[in-house]
Design a protein around this ligand. Structure first.
Ligand code: ATP
Length: 231
C-alpha cells in the first residue's frame, strides 16, 4: 500500500500540489488524470523525490519515505518512467537498461529475464545507440530500465504520448502484463481516457494542483470526464 498524507509540493516558491491524500492498493492500476499543466507529472515527481520541496507524509508498506532521497525510494521499490522517456541517446540499449540495476548496489548488472520476455526487439538490438530507436522503442527501453530497478510500484508518465497507434497497443498490453501477471502496482498518468476507463482499479483527477474527483475505476464515468477533462 502506498499512502500520501497531506502532501504539498513545490518548485522553488511555486506551490503546485495542494493537500493530496491518497491510498493506492498493492496490485492496483491507479490512473492520474487532468488537463494540461494541472500537476500530474509533479505528483509522480513528488513520489520519487524530484520536486524542490515537499511537505506531508509518504508511506510505502508503512515505511516512511517522506524524507528519503530519490535513490533510496528507488531502492525501496518505486520505479519511474518519466515523461519524454529520458533515455541516454549515446548509450547502447544494453547500457540504458543496465543503468536501472544501479538502483540496488547488491544487484548484478544483468538484464532481467522479464525484459527479454517482454521486449524481443530490444534484445535483438542491444548494441544499438538508444538515440537511434523510434519513439515506441525508446518507450520500451525506458520501461525496461525501470524493470531493471526491480520495482514493486511502477510510475508511468504518459507512456503512449507521441507514439504511433499500432505501438500504443503494444505498450498498453505491456502495462497490463506487468500488472496482471507480475502483480506490479501501476501509477499511470494518461491522456487516453478510454484506456484509463478500461483498466483502472482506482483513479484521481487533478485540477490546479488539487484533487477534484477520485474513486474506484468503475466510477470514472463519461460525466466526470466531460466535466473535468474536456477542454
Ligand atoms: N521544474 C519546474 N519548475 C517550475 N514550475 C514547474 C516545473 N515543472 C512544472 N512546473 C509547473 O507546475 C505546474 C504543473 O506542471 P506538471 O508538468 O506537473 O503538469 P501536468 O499536469 O503533468 O501537465 P501536462 O499534461 O502538460 O504534462 C505547471 O504550472 C508547470 O508550469
Amino acid at each position: 500500500m502506498l499512502e500520501l498524507h497531506s502532501i504539498n509540493s513545490y518548485y522553488g516558491g511555486s506551490h503546485i500540489l495542494h493537500d493530496i491524500n491518497l491510498k493506492i492498493k498493492k496490485g492496483a492500476i491507479f490512473s492520474v488524470l487532468g488537463r494540461n499543466g494541472v500537476g500530474k507529472s509533479t505528483l509522480l515527481k513528488t513520489l520519487v523525490g524530484l520536486t524542490s520541496s515537499t511537505e506531508g507524509k509518504l508511506l510505502l508498506n508503512d515505511e516512511d519515505l517522506s524524507r528519503q532521497p530519490t535513490f533510496a525510494r528507488a531502492r525501496a521499490g518505486i520505479g519511474y518512467v518519466p515523461q519524454g522517456r529520458e533515455i541516454i541517446p549515446d548509450f547502447s540499449v544494453r547500457e540504458n537498461i543496465l543503468m536501472g540495476c544501479f538502483a540496488d548496489p547488491k544487484s548484478k548488472p544483468v538484464i532481467p529475464d522479464l525484459v527479454s520476455e517482454l521486449f524481443p526487439y530490444l534484445m535483438e538490438n542491444l548494441g544499438r545507440a538508444g538515440g537511434l530507436l523510434s519513439g515506441g522503442q525508446q518507450q520500451q527501453l525506458a520501461i525496461a530500465r525501470a524493470i531493471a530497478t526491480n520495482p514493486q510500484i511502477l510510475l508511468l508518465d504518459e507512456p503512449t504520448e507521441g507514439i504511433q497507434p499500432n505501438i500504443v497497443e503494444q505498450i498498453e498490453e505491456c502495462i497490463l502484463t506487468l500488472n496482471k501477471e507480475l502483480g506490479l502496482t501501476i501509477i499511470l498518468v494518461e491522456q487516453n481516457v478510454r484506456f484509463a476507463q478500461r483498466v483502472s482499479d482506482q483513479f484521481l483527477i487533478l485540477d490546479n494542483g488539487r484533487v477534484v474527483a477520485a474513486g474506484m475505476g468503475k466510477t470514472l464515468t463519461d460525466e466526470l470526464v466531460q466535466k473535468h477533462l474536456t477542454i
